[in-house]
Design a protein. Structure first.
Length: 207
C-alpha cells in the first residue's frame, strides 16, 4: 500500500498538524454526534469506556501507518489497521481488544447513517468479521512490536508503566541484563520494529 496515500497537507502543514486535523474530524466533528446517538448509548459500559481510545488510535494509525485520512478510510486499510497494527502496537490486554469490533462497528454505522463518509457502511459490515483475527493476533507475542513487548513484559513483572521513574529503572535493569548475558537474552528477536509506546489511555483534545 502507498504509504503516502491521503497525506495531502496544506503548504507548510506539519505531520503533527495534519494528524491533529484527522483527529479533530474523526473524534470531535464525528465523535461528538456519535456519543449522543443510540449507536453509542446502546453499547455496554465497558465498550463505551474504551470508545474514545479506540477511535483515537484507529484515526492515528490509519494516518501514520497507512497514510489514510478519515475521508479516505476504506475496507482494505481498515482491515489492515485493525488486524495488523492494533495487535502489533497497542499495549493493552484482552479486555481492550474485545471492545474494538463492537465500538468501531457502532462508530462506522453512525457515520454511514449520517452520510459522513462514503465507505462507512461497508466498513461497519466488514469489521464484524474480524473479531477472531484481532483477538488471536493480539494474544500472540510473536505479533507484538518491540515497544509493546517491552511494556507487556514490564506489566507482567508488576511495573507501573505510567510511572516514568519505575519504568526507567526497569529499562536500565533490562539493558544491564542484555549487556551481561548478550543479545540472545533480549526479548526483541524477530519483533516487528516499533519505537513508539501505545497504550489505551484516552486522548485529550488539544486546544
Amino acid at each position: 500500500m502507498n504509504k503516502n496515500k491521503g497525506r495531502r497537507k496544506a503548504a507548510g502543514q506539519s505531520q503533527e498538524k495534519a494528524l491533529e486535523a484527522c483527529l479533530e474530524q474523526a473524534m470531535y466533528q464525528w465523535g461528538e454526534g456519535f456519543c449522543k446517538s443510540p449507536h453509542f448509548l446502546n453499547l455496554p459500559e465497558a465498550e463505551r469506556m474504551e470508545s474514545e481510545s479506540i477511535a483515537g488510535f484507529f484515526t492515528d494509525m490509519m494516518f501514520n501507518y497507512l497514510g489514510v485520512t478519515p475521508d479516505e478510510w476504506d475496507v482494505p486499510s481498515m482491515k489492515e489497521c485493525c488486524v495488523r497494527y492494533f495487535p502489533e502496537k497497542i499495549s493493552e490486554g484482552p479486555g481492550f481488544f474485545r471492545c474494538i469490533v463492537p465500538v468501531l462497528s457502532a462508530f462506522f454505522s453512525y457515520i454511514a447513517e449520517q452520510q459522513l463518509q462514503k465507505n462507512a457502511g461497508a466498513m461497519a459490515l466488514e469489521i464484524t468479521l474480524l473479531h477472531d483475527q484481532i483477538m488471536e493476533r493480539a494474544s500472540d507475542p510473536g505479533n507484538w512490536g518491540m515497544a509493546k513487548r517491552f511494556v507487556m513484559a514490564a506489566r507482567s513483572d508488576g511495573i507501573d508503566v505510567t510511572d516514568p521513574k519505575a519504568f526507567g529503572k526497569y529499562l536500565e535493569a533490562y539493558n544491564r541484563k542484555v549487556l551481561k548475558e548478550g543479545p540472545a537474552s533480549g526479548m526483541f528477536h524477530n519483533a516487528p520494529y516499533d519505537s513508539v509506546i501505545h497504550t489505551g489511555k484516552k486522548r485529550v483534545r488539544k486546544r
